[in-house]
Design a binder for this molecule. Structure first.
Ligand code: ATP
Ligand code: MG
Length: 419
């Protein structure tokens, strides 16, 4: 597909490597379209053009839009890495000049050895990839600053001959995965802990759009605890193009549980009420499944028996992407995506007042259901659902408020909506 980018105006160009998408045969076009759509949406407020061509994603933008483009690329799910590229004419002279510039930059950052990797997608170009490599390498060892090492080079300089010639060095790694939006929608039960944001991110990496629900028991859980969850939802909105955080006032439900449930079952009953409420919201927002950050054996409510009980109350498939991971593995991802520092802030999302001393470890579905029914709590759960507040977090709005170079109207900012 040819494009009509005016490279004199859009002077900065980036290339993204579309990793897993290339494996997907017939679906590839759908996935590519979604990837382009997601990035275009994120960059709507700045001067940028986004397109794909033969397994590559390109963004060209003006100098002013560079911070926005890099910020968006760092958070774009569906590419394995990105690099700034030099776009030059398809002549050996232009290629050699661009390679020399890349080489200079590499030397300045300490590289001593290099390798050139050439790809000739345009077969009408007179030289094959081997000839491009040897032709271009000359400019680097001619001046004696670097030597060739094809096995373990400090720097790889890529030359791709397509409609134009693209020359680039190091790629910044990104989130990989499938573009958000190709795998349906999940409703994430988001608490202020380490696990649930990671669970949401894991599903976004499989192409799932994620909406969030948070159960808040003010004043037993503090305003800071809610603020924490808002900050986590903001990060989910960055990777997931956008998200909504549904804040459910759950104090009355919790009080009823405390009054009516045997103490050992209170945590489990709370989980069941959360499931009931999440079912209602999933239906409203047309979610295909529920997502939690549960991990087998992590706490009393996450034994296989108790997980089975919780699951029996879900009317949608219940996805638990962290079920087989340990805390260290989960924490590593939380650090990578920037949620860890927020999650470890000391505001608890669950009050000791409601935590049983000896929680039931192996409940059965039958007894849990009997206790649940005896609490007569469905009406309160329904009311909490109806009283929810909704916040919206979007990468488009965030980029627009920081770097807009065009007229930009935030869709809602971070303001609170009430349905
Ligand atoms: P996390 O670190 O994700 O908060 P956790 O280790 O604290 O999880 P639990 O408190 O047992 O474990 O919660 C298990 C899962 O239940 C969470 O991962 C989350 O998906 C959901 N959850 C717990 N509390 C809430 C809440 N207040 N609002 C929404 N979801 C919640
Ligand atoms: Mg928690």
């Amino acid at each position: 597909m040819k494009h009509d980018i005016d490279f004199n105006y859009y002077t900065e160009t980036y290339l993204g490597k579309v990793g897993e998408l290339t494996l997907k045969g017939g679906n590839m076009r759908v996935f590519e379209k979604q990837l382009v759509l997601n990035l275009r949406l994120a960059l709507e407020s700045v001067e940028a053009r986004v397109w794909t061509q033969a397994g590559r994603l390109y963004v060209s933008c003006t100098k002013d839009s560079v911070p926005a483009a890099e910020y968006a690329l760092d958070r774009l799910i569906g590419i394995t890495g990105w690099a700034k590229v030099r776009v030059v004419e398809k002549t050996m002279e232009a290629i050699r000049a661009a390679v020399a510039e890349e080489g200079k930059a590499a030397v300045a950052s300490g590289a001593k050895t290099f390798k050139i990797d050439a790809r000739r997608e345009d077969k009408s170009f007179a030289l094959n990839s081997y000839e491009i490599c040897s032709g271009a390498a000359g400019v680097l060892f001619d001046d004696g600053t670097m030597s060739v090492d094809v096995h373990n080079p400090d720097v790889v300089i890529n030359v791709e001959v397509r409609d134009k010639c693209y020359v680039y060095c190091a790629q910044r790694k990104t989130c990989r995965g499938l573009p958000v939006g190709v795998s349906g929608k999940g409703l994430l039960l988001l608490s202020g802990g380490i696990d649930s944001p990671v669970a949401g991110y894991r599903m976004m990496r499989r192409g799932m759009k994620v909406e969030c629900i948070y159960f808040h028991s003010y004043p037993y859980t503090s305003e800071e605890a809610q603020k924490k969850v808002e900050d986590l939802a903001r990060i989910i909105g960055q990777y997931g193009v956008d998200t909504h955080l549904n804040i459910i006032p759950f104090t009355d439900v919790q009080m009823q549980i405390k009054a009516k449930s045997p103490e050992a079952y209170t945590t489990l009953m709370l989980r069941l009420c959360m499931m009931k409420c999440a079912n209602l919201l999933a239906e409203r927002v047309h979610a295909d499944c529920l997502i939690t950050g549960e991990s087998l054996g992590q706490v009393a409510s996450q034994t296989i028996q108790n997980l089975t009980v919780t699951e029996s109350f879900a009317e949608y498939p219940l996805l638990r992407p962290l079920v087989g991971l340990d805390k260290e593995e989960i924490t590593a991802t939380a650090e990578e995506i920037g949620t860890f520092d927020i999650s470890i802030l000391p505001y608890e999302d669950c009050c000791v007042l409601f935590t049983p001393k000896h929680p039931i470890l192996r409940a059965t579905v039958e007894e849990a259901k009997a206790i649940y029914d005896s609490m007569q709590i469905d009406e309160l759960v329904q009311k909490a659902f109806e009283d929810r507040k909704i916040m919206r977090f979007s990468l488009r709005d965030e980029i627009g408020s920081k770097w807009a170079t065009k007229k930009f109207v935030p869709q809602t900012g971070d303001c609170i909506l009430k349905e």
